[in-house]
Design a protein around this ligand. Structure first.
Ligand code: 13P
Length: 256
């Protein structure tokens, strides 16, 4: 059976009431989660409340970011330990919105991945090219650089806790999805990088999610691809019905 992982990145959306309603719907309606890994990543302030609602459901909770230090004078930041404390199992690191809007560097992201693992969190490490980079045929170069940099401090033995999310920037929130073949090509590249950088066993076990306008309508085709092991879902994870359908597409593929 294939291992698949579907995660929802709520970004800076929903209020407290809406978050709790959504989590409650997932709690009561997501069944059969033994075949698939599922997580949601709400804004920091709702993490604890959502983690409480989803306790014992098999649906994990993750932060959308964290700092490299454990504590200190870093106004506005949140540490990995705090995420654990709030009930998180996962943390998204290096999302393109963090890279491009908040200027996070490859080196800072690498430090975060290392710190997340040392705090016992499972990082979901995002990589992906911009439209300009794709047009200039720099997809491979960009993704390779981001991958190798982000994982530079990770030991092979810790790779079982790491998920990679390939999120082409031009497909995020645009309604423009990479074709299943485009996604699979980059996922195959990432898998071969993992083989070269670590070893074939790491490459084979690595979960590589696709992110960028994943919707119920395209999820089955994307997740049907050999190297697409899950999805990191933005907009469509804000509606229980849509997110549940994407999970269902994943479950069907996990069984096949
Ligand atoms: P959308 O699914 O809204 O395109 O967002 C993708 C994403 O950035 C998930 O991290």
């Amino acid at each position: 059976m294939r291992k698949l992982f579907v995660a929802g990145n709520w970004k800076m959306n929903l209020d407290r009431e809406q978050s709790l309603v959504l989590a409650g719907q997932l709690r009561s309606e997501a069944g059969g989660l033994e075949d698939i890994t599922v997580a949601v990543c709400p804004p920091f302030v709702y993490l604890k409340g959502i983690a409480d609602v989803l306790k014992d459901t098999g649906i994990g909770v993750g932060g959308q970011n964290m700092h490299t230090e454990s504590s200190g004078a870093f106004t506005g930041e949140v540490s990995g330990g705090m995420l654990r404390d709030a009930g998180c199992e996962y943390v998204i690191i290096g999302h393109s919105e963090r890279r491009h809007i908040f200027g996070e560097s490859d080196e800072f992201i690498a430090e975060k991945v290392k710190k997340a693992l040392s705090e016992g969190l499972k990082p979901i490490v995002c990589v992906g090219e911009t439209l300009e980079q794709r047009k200039n045929e720099e997809t491979q170069k960009t993704v390779s650089r981001q991958f190798e940099s982000a994982l530079q401090y990770v030991d092979k033995d810790d790779m079982a806790a790491v998920t990679i999310a390939y999120e082409p920037v031009w497909a995020i929130g645009t309604g423009r999805t990479a074709t299943p073949q485009q996604a699979d090509d980059v996922h195959a590249l990432i898998r071969s990088l993992a083989g070269d950088f670590f070893d074939p066993e790491v490459a084979e076990g690595l979960i590589i999610q696709y992110g960028g306008s994943v919707k119920p309508e395209n999820a089955a085709d994307l997740l049907g691809k050999e190297n697409v092991d899950g999805a990191l879902v933005g907009g469509a994870s804000l509606t229980a019905a849509d997110f549940l359908q994407i999970i269902e597409a994943g479950r069907t593929n996990a069984k096949s």
